[in-house]
Design a protein around this ligand. Structure first.
Ligand SMILES: Cc1cc2nc3c(=O)[nH]c(=O)nc-3n(C[C@H](O)[C@H](O)[C@H](O)COP(=O)(O)OP(=O)(O)OC[C@H]3O[C@@H](n4cnc5c(N)ncnc54)[C@H](O)[C@@H]3O)c2cc1C
Length: 376
């Protein structure tokens, strides 16, 4: 019994933990090696209701709280950060704007089907010249009589090679500020470019996308022209807490593998876990894991209560992702050569953890944001 969690939250943790041990962990190495979108697991995750966790019952979701969602994300990441990255894209950034602004057509044909895993979505914000500086995007929608004509280039788009729809950050030719558009990928002029080979989260496929005069009807503008920044901020804290949950899941896996190893690896006639220098590593890792967990729970609860949370979300993403990278490093040292061998998952944890330094905003940008929140 975990006094910090409700019965429902514990049940969700138990369900995802069992699922990950049975269905995800045994596949994780193969997925990483093959660098392919995890189609089968993605559908099974849909059957657990994961893509609808954040949405209310009346929208076809399960109306869980953000803390439950983060607990589920962390469990998925414990098995495979690639699976966690692909699935959390679907459940949060890919579907949020459809839920919030989609008309009946978009809601029925895309949002509802995304919750069941029948359709796959993503968000296209980053461009070759607009990464952290998102307000500098060049993609532009020309306003025409019956809608818009979209042109531009995006990069680093998660799940793009398998996506049925995208939400796209773009300017319009009549307004300085950015807007958000719904773009089904079957439309003429949507071009999925080369896959980007990556260091980590390799089974969460990422590619370039370009839009070559894509005609969009008027209802594909999501929300109002020029309001993108305001809408993005609505989910920014959640994206950051969710990214922290991915980092926590990876770190937990690395810590658990190293702990098991330290108990069974015998050198100088005793388990290496009996040496004080090794024990110190575990004490440090345990402190980082526990503080990470408490910070995620705290920030997720702020989201659930609708309390101010921008600073806390930036702090938790920054802290937990740095801790995760340090835990993976220490855990790898405990396993020495076996932490360096491609046949053990430790090397994957190390590679995957790097992603969490970037996703949800680079940690340098988060430091800038935290300083701003402090009034500097
Ligand atoms: C695996 C993966 C999946 C991704 N999926 C998606 C996706 O689905 N959709 C999407 O739109 N994007 C996606 N991205 C892109 C990601 O959001 C961007 O890479 C990220 O925002 C950083 O942009 P950049 O890589 O262009 O770095 P840059 O912005 O060029 O930054 C380079 C360096 O400069 C630093 N820097 C920049 N500006 C400042 C400043 N003002 N002060 C201090 N330091 C600064 C940064 O911290 C960093 O260290 C993904 C990225 C990865 C790695």
């Amino acid at each position: 019994m975990n006094y910090q969690l409700t019965e429902t939250q514990e049940l969700i943790q138990h369900t995802f933990r069992n699922f990950v041990d049975k269905e995800v962990k045994p596949q994780a190495e193969r997925l990483d090696l093959e660098k392919e979108f995890p189609t089968e697991i993605f559908k099974k995750v849909a059957n657990l209701g994961f893509y609808g966790m954040r949405y209310p019952d009346e929208a076809g979701g399960t109306g869980a709280d953000i803390l439950s969602y983060c607990i589920a994300v962390a469990e998925l990441a414990r098995g495979s950060a690639s699976v966690a990255a692909a699935c959390s894209m679907q459940s949060l950034m890919a579907t949020y704007f459809l839920y919030r602004f989609g008309d009946a057509e978009i809601r029925e044909n895309y949002f509802a089907k995304a919750l069941t895993g029948e359709k796959i979505g993503t968000i296209c914000m980053t461009e070759p010249d607009a990464g952290s500086d998102l307000m500098n995007v060049k993609t532009s929608a020309k306003v025409v009589e019956d809608g818009f004509i979209l042109s531009g280039q995006k990069i680093w788009i998660t799940s793009a090679p398998v996506a049925n729809f995208m939400t796209v950050l773009s300017r319009t030719d009549n307004y300085e500020k950015l807007s958000i558009f719904f773009v089904p990928t079957h439309l003429d002029g949507v071009i999925i470019g080369r896959n980007i080979d990556k260091l980590g989260v390799r089974a969460s496929v990422t590619s370039e996308v370009s839009f070559d005069n894509v005609k969009l009807p008027r209802n594909y503008l999501l929300g109002k022209i020029g309001e993108a920044n305001k809408y993005l901020i609505e989910i920014l804290a959640e994206i950051r807490v969710m990214t922290a949950a991915i980092a926590f899941g990876i770190a937990t896996a690395a810590y658990q593998d190293a702990l098991e190893y330290a108990k069974s690896r015998i050198q100088f006639g005793k388990p290496i876990g009996k040496f004080q220098l090794v024990q110190e590593k575990f004490a440090d890792m345990a402190v980082k894991l526990e503080t990470s967990k408490q910070m995620i729970y705290h920030a997720a609860r702020l989201c659930d209560l609708g309390l101010p949370r921008m600073k806390e979300a930036a702090i938790v993403k920054l802290y937990v992702s740095e801790c995760a990278n340090s835990i993976c490093d220490e855990a790898s040292r405990v396993m020495a050569s076996y932490g360096y061998a491609m046949e053990y998952p430790m090397q994957r944890y190390l590679r995957d953890a790097r992603f969490t330094l970037i996703g949800g905003g680079t940690n340098e940008i988060l430091k800038v944001n935290i300083a701003k929140e402090l009034g500097l």
